[in-house]
Write a protein that binds this ligand. Structure first.
Ligand code: GRF
Length: 214
């Protein structure tokens, strides 16, 4: 099974969705390493509770991005990580690091990319008056929040929505699509084709997750 590492900076609810899917038998990967760049991140406790080796690699303790990433790479090598998931990891990675992990590195972003890259996506979506918000799992490329899209989910924006209420509904979808995207990759059903990802059986896979039977 594919040996997966997860990089976090905080709460770790997306990490939890991967753990839960693994435990439910719907995610055929080995979660072998959780690394946080923030000491005391709540997600580290989730890793511990799930029996996953976790490490803190605190960017503040390094003089610049390159030495920080060297330490990150050493920890990933140590755990024999083959595939990497960013789950609320709030540091930008250098081109060198991203290219080294080309097509083995994915991220979850709380908007319907390519709209609303960057931070405060829900406030900006409400402000812009768009009718749908959502989330995206994509392969990482050197430019922030760009890269071939694997799975997306949309939620309507309601008239009374605040960034918090919208964010909660989007987060519920994040927790469905991150395990789905990783499963499709683990099952070798997601193939990068230029700027796009071709998914074998995409329609049925999406339907089963977004509208579960029963
Ligand atoms: C999520 O909204 C994710 O889309 C974004 O950061 C947040 C992380 O939340 N990249 P959590 O730490 O997984 O709970």
């Amino acid at each position: 099974m594919m040996r997966v590492g997860v990089l976090i900076s905080g709460r770790g609810s997306n990490l939890q969705s991967l753990i839960d899917a693994r435990d439910a038998g719907s995610l055929p990967v080995e979660l072998v390493s959780v690394i946080s760049n923030v000491a005391g991140a709540p997600g580290l406790e989730r890793a511990k509770a799930a029996g996953i080796t976790s490490n803190v690699v605190d960017h503040k303790k390094f003089d610049g991005r390159a030495p920080f990433e060297d330490a990150l790479s050493a920890a990933l090598l140590d755990a024999d990580v083959e595939f990497l998931c960013l789950a609320g990891f709030m540091r930008l990675l250098t081109d060198g690091f991203v290219n080294k992990w080309q097509d083995r590195l994915i991220n979850i972003h709380p908007s319907l990319l390519p709209a609303f890259k960057g931070l405060d996506t829900h406030a900006r979506a409400i402000e812009a008056g768009v009718r749908f918000a959502g989330c995206t799992v994509h392969f990482v490329r050197p430019t922030m929040d760009e890269g071939p899209i694997i799975v997306q989910a949309a939620v309507p924006i309601l008239s009374g929505d605040t960034p918090a209420s919208l964010g909660e509904r989007v987060l519920a979808e994040e927790h469905k699509i991150y395990p789905l995207a990783l499963r499709l990759i683990a099952e070798e059903r997601a193939t990068v084709d230029g700027a796009r990802v071709i998914i074998d059986g995409a329609d049925a896979a999406m339907e089963a997750v977004i509208n579960p039977p029963g």
